[in-house]
Design a protein around this ligand. Structure first.
Ligand code: 5AD
Ligand code: SF4
Length: 462
């Protein structure tokens, strides 16, 4: 693994200023997970660094960049739909540049499809290429033809990329990239490559900067944060719990979240750390995917329902009030009614505060793509509806049980009712309460007085 530092490309900045009389505008849209959103913030940072202004409307833009997601077919279709819709814009404005990057761009067949069917897309580059964007753009601006990079994985981490964060009080902080797990349904290891951990000192430096800049919520990101540290040498050697302890020493008024935890690697040490560190939120996103041992094995998840439940029980005992959320795939190839009932059963046993549910999407190139999948789509949709109904009942009861407490929340935005603010509790629940908009981005004490479905209602207790 090689660690490099980003350097501003003076040549690219010159190429941009030579091509435009006034600073050109870039529109960057990110699809998919938080990792991608954070990549999008860095893409914006890099573009601003070479002279682009940023805009929110594609019609105003001189450069449109789609930072894509490949995790499910639906995400890919949306991107192609949106790229297709740009054809007319490009005809009206021939100088417009259109680029595709992110996870889809790391798939050979996608790059081929762009080459053949989307001739007005000017350039394509993969997930690892954020630092290469300036020079690639400079080449394109010098009319050197379309640039469609072949998917490749770089064993490199580039530190110090400029960034334009979307929020002034909530920040994403990647601690690692890629995934080594090869769950049989998942495309991520193929598009994002092998796991690479950032060095603790680099993470700490970015973290300190965020706290100093007044960020209140810092979310550490990785496909599997619990295997952080694999491949780090010498004095850098540490695991995820050690990293959390290192960060929590930084003084300040902030809290830390992290995602995603893989149950096979989530350790008791991690849970002990959550119990001991007041800066860590009492919430764990622990994707279980399904509640059938048979399918968990076929998914290559390396845990059983029993082991998963043991971990949940340990966390409950060690961290009073801890809440859980999870990802669930419905309709994995060969899922039987019995397998699915196992999932419902597990969901009831754990009592998740929140579930992210997905109908299995076949991803070409993954092992599960060749598994027999006889269950009709209508049955999968019906199972999904049953799961959602079960979860709604659970979540509503859990939310109601919170009423009566007075809690500290981070005020994140506006609520549904006129004059209402919306805040997030340590346990990841949302509360709406009447308050002064000046509170946005700061902590407030709120008395929980009721609930509307899974949203808490409250009043200021400051
Ligand atoms: N089909 C459906 N859901 C998927 N996920 C990953 N791959 C697929 C797929 N092929 C879900 C998993 C993962 C979440 C980020 O996306 O639940 O945890
Ligand atoms: Fe995909 Fe599994 Fe890696 Fe998560 S842990 S990114 S589901 S392969």
């Amino acid at each position: 693994m090689e660690y490099q530092r980003y350097e501003r490309s003076a040549a690219a900045a010159q190429a941009v200023s030579r091509c435009y009389d006034t600073p050109p505008l870039a529109y960057v849209h990110s699809y998919g997970c938080q990792q991608n959103v954070n990549d999008g913030e860095r893409l914006k940072g890099v573009l601003a660094d070479i002279g682009y202004g940023l805009c929110d409307a594609p019609e105003q833009a001189d450069l449109i960049l789609f930072n894509t997601c490949a995790v499910r077919e639906h995400a890919e279709q949306r991107v192609f739909g949106n790229v297709g819709a740009l054809k007319g814009l490009k005809e009206k404005k021939p100088g417009l540049l259109i680029g595709l990057c992110g996870c889809m761009a790391n798939q050979k067949q996608i790059v081929e499809k762009v080459r053949k069917s989307y001739p007005y897309v000017d350039f394509v580059f993969g997930v690892d290429g954020i630092d290469t964007l300036p020079d690639l753009l400079a080449r394109r601006l010098q009319k050197k033809g379309r640039i469609l990079m072949e998917p490749a994985q770089r064993p490199v981490i580039v530190e110090g990329l400029p960034i334009r964060r979307e929020s002034e009080f909530r920040a994403w902080l990647p601690i690692m990239y890629g995934c080594d797990n090869f769950c049989t349904y998942c495309i991520v290891p193929y598009v994002r490559g092998r796991e690479k951990s950032r060095r603790p000192a680099d993470i700490l430096e970015e973290f300190r900067g965020l706290v100093a800049a007044g960020y209140k919520e810092i979310t550490l990101l990785g496909q599997n944060v619990n295997s952080y540290g694999k491949g780090l040498d010498g004095a850098d050697r540490m695991d995820f719990a050690d990293l959390l302890n290192l960060l929590c020493v930084v003084p300040g008024d902030y809290h830390i979240r992290f995602m995603t935890s893989h149950p096979k690697d989530a350790s008791r040490k991690l849970i002990d750390t959550i119990a001991a560190q007041p800066h860590l939120c009492k919430h764990l996103h622990l994707p279980v995917q399904c509640g059938s041992d048979r399918l968990l094995e076929q998914m290559n998840r390396h845990y059983t329902v029993e082991r998963y439940l043991d971990l949940i029980e340990y966390a409950r005992a060690k961290v009073p009030g801890i809440t859980f959320s999870s990802d669930i795939i419905v309709g994995f190839p060969g899922e039987t009614e019995e397998d699915f009932e196992g999932t419902l059963d597990l969901v009831r046993k754990v009592g998740y505060m929140q579930l992210f549910t997905f109908i299995y999407s076949r991803r070409e190139g993954t092992p599960a793509a060749s598994y027999p999948d006889p269950t009709p789509r209508s049955e999968k949709t019906a199972r999904m509806a049953r799961l959602l109904k079960t979860q709604d009942e659970i979540a509503m009861a859990l939310v109601k049980a919170q009423v009566g407490q007075t809690v500290r929340v981070l005020v994140e935005g506006y609520g549904r009712a006129e004059g209402a603010l919306s805040g997030r509790l340590d346990n990841n629940l949302t509360v709406e309460f009447a308050g002064d908009p000046a509170l946005l981005g700061s902590y407030a004490m709120v008395r929980l007085t009721g609930a509307r479905a899974t949203v808490l209602l409250g009043e200021s207790a400051d």
